[in-house]
Ligand binder design. Structure first.
Ligand SMILES: Cc1ncc(C[n+]2csc(CCOP(=O)(O)OP(=O)(O)O)c2C)c(N)n1
Ligand code: SF4
Length: 287
């Protein structure tokens, strides 16, 4: 049984991200977190969304699934349901998760599915060259909003709180050690965890730059914040002059979805079927 180590996590492909992209910091933090957690490699699955963020599928050697834009969350839930012994992590962008996949995001929070959702929140559609995304600031001019964005942005932390997610955190890609610790906590939480990571897109987002974040962010725990009060978390999630990072809210008592399914109480679904299943026979049932 191999555990995930920094060397075994590498593929032969070096990232194609733009120099200075926040994705590098998150990539480093993920590798460090997985190495330190020492999860056996066959007990972790990562589901990647589509985007610059999802392209990490090529740069991490793990058991994984590169899914469709906005559809990574339900695939992760399916994997967890099929074998609830696995740790399941989703990696996607603000476009895929809070735009195309918004309904799946809310459903995962409500269901307390035991997966970790890590969102590279760069407030733009990076891969398709900088169109406005659901988290883009109102008024910003982009290639899809040449006269300025009309809509208000969504607030991922507030959305997760209102949908009763059981673990909600935020981090900043430029602080790799802090992001590493947040990823470790999110993965070790039993139940749904959202880690929204501020990720500067140095090519297309000229507003939310590294410098901009570094002037605004502070760590919740540095101000004695406790993460057990949704009302306080809500107020802080709406702060704009300063931007808190850290653990906004945690409910360790919330029972995850798979533990409420009687069918899975004895053993994982995969162990309830013969090891060799004839796909022909399975498909035949639908003929
Ligand atoms: C359903 C669907 N809509 C649109 C696209 C086109 N598309 C591919 S990547 C992308 C933007 C990705 O942005 P985001 O999810 O924020 O990830 P990033 O590239 O910023 O990491 C879009 C619009 C698609 N592949 N599928
Ligand atoms: S387009 Fe933006 S998000 Fe994509 S790799 Fe370049 S800097 Fe990163």
């Amino acid at each position: 049984m191999n555990t995930l180590s920094d060397i075994s996590l590498h593929t032969s492909i070096f990232p194609t991200w733009c120099p200075g992209c926040g994705d590098f910091g998150i990539w480093g933090a993920i590798k460090k977190a997985l190495t330190e957690l020492a999860i056996p490699e066959e007990q972790l699955v990562i589901v990647f969304d589509i985007g610059c963020s999802g392209n990490m599928a090529d740069f991490l050697r793990v058991y994984g699934f590169h899914s469709l834009h906005g559809r990574s969350v339900p695939i992760a839930e399916g994997i967890k349901m099929a074998n609830h012994g696995l740790k399941v992590l989703v990696i996607g962008g603000d476009g895929g998760i809070y735009g195309e996949g918004m309904g799946h995001f809310i459903a995962a929070c409500r269901g307390n599915h035991d997966i970790t959702l890590l969102v590279h929140n760069n407030q733009t559609y990076g891969l398709t060259k900088g169109q406005a995304s659901p988290t883009t600031t109102k008024g910003v001019k982009t290639s899809s909003t040449p006269n300025g964005l009309i809509e208000n942005p969504v607030n991922p932390v507030a959305l997760a709180l209102s949908a009763q997610a059981s673990w909600i955190g935020r981090s900043y890609a430029g602080d790799i050690l802090y992001t590493t610790e947040m990823i470790k906590k999110a993965i070790m939480h039993t139940g749904f965890s959202l880690l929204d990571v501020f990720q500067p897109c140095v090519t297309f987002n000229k507003l939310n730059t590294h410098q901009w974040f570094q002037q605004k962010i502070y760590k919740l725990e540095s101000e004695g914040y406790l993460s057990n009060d949704p009302a306080k978390a809500w107020a802080l999630s709406n702060q704009e002059d300063r931007l808190p990072i850290g653990l906004f809210y945690e409910n360790p008592d919330a029972v995850p979805y798979h533990k409420q399914l009687q069918q899975l109480s004895d053993k994982p679904l995969v162990q309830q079927f013969p090891t060799h299943v004839s796909l022909k026979a399975v498909f035949g049932e639908y003929a």
